[in-house]
Design a protein around this ligand. Sequence first.
Ligand SMILES: Cc1cc2nc3c(=O)[nH]c(=O)nc-3n(C[C@H](O)[C@H](O)[C@H](O)COP(=O)(O)OP(=O)(O)OC[C@H]3O[C@@H](n4cnc5c(N)ncnc54)[C@H](O)[C@@H]3O)c2cc1C
Length: 192
Amino acid sequence: MVEKLNVAIVGGGISGLAFAIALSKSTSNVAVDIYEAASSFSTVGAGIGMWPRVWEIMEAYGLAEALGRQQVATPGIDGLFKYRRSDLPHGIQVGRGKVSMKSYHRADFLRVLLEHVPSHYKTHFSKRLATYDDDPEQESVTLRFTDGTSATCDVLVGTDGINAKELQQKKSKSCSITRRRHGLENRFIDTY
Ligand SMILES: Cc1cc2nc3c(=O)[nH]c(=O)nc-3n(C[C@H](O)[C@H](O)[C@H](O)COP(=O)(O)OP(=O)(O)OC[C@H]3O[C@@H](n4cnc5c(N)ncnc54)[C@H](O)[C@@H]3O)c2cc1C
C-alpha cells in the first residue's frame, strides 16, 4: 500500500479551506491537518463578491448548489466597473458591460466551505505557527507553534493570509528542496 502523504495546511481562512476541498477532490491518498491560529474558524466579515472565474472553480468543487442557497441580492452592483490606479484621482475606463458577480456574506461562504471539508481532515485550533524546519535528511518538515508544541508533515501549505510573516520569510529556501520519496519538486506550496 502506498504511504499517505501528510499535508499540513497552516491557516484556516478562505484559501486554506478551499485548498482542503480541492485536495480532497484530487486524491484520497493524503492525511491532512489544518492548523489555525484562532480558537475557531472565523465567521466574521463583510461581503464577498465572486467573479465568474471563481464561480467556475466553486462549481468544479461541487459547491454550486450549497452556495446558490446563500447568494444575496446586491442591486446596482451589476453596473459599469471603472478601474483606476489607486494613486490617481480619476479613473481610466478600460471596459464596460454587465458584471456577473455573485455576492455572499463572508460568514455564509466560509460555512459552506467548512461543510465541504472532509470530516476526516483534522483541524487544530489555537495553533499559531512560529517557525518551521525543513529537514532533507529526515524528509519531513517540522512545524513549531507558539504554544511550544510541534508537529511534522511531508508537505507544508501556507495559507496564513497576506499579513502573516511566518511562512513568507522562509519559503524561498524551502522551495529549493526536492522530496525524493514522493517525487515532489517542492515541499512548500505557496498559495499567494
Ligand atoms: C474589506 C474587505 C473586503 C473584501 N472583499 C472581497 C471580495 O468581495 N471578494 C474577494 O474575493 N475578496 C475580498 N476580500 C479579500 C478576501 O477577504 C481575502 O482575499 C481572503 O480573506 C484571503 O483569504 P486567506 O485565507 O488567504 O487569508 P485570511 O482570510 O487572512 O486567512 C488566513 C488564516 O490564517 C490564520 N493564520 C495567520 N497566521 C497564522 C499562523 N502563523 N499560524 C496558523 N494560522 C495562521 C488566520 O487566523 C486566518 O484564519 C476582501 C477583503 C477585505 C479586507
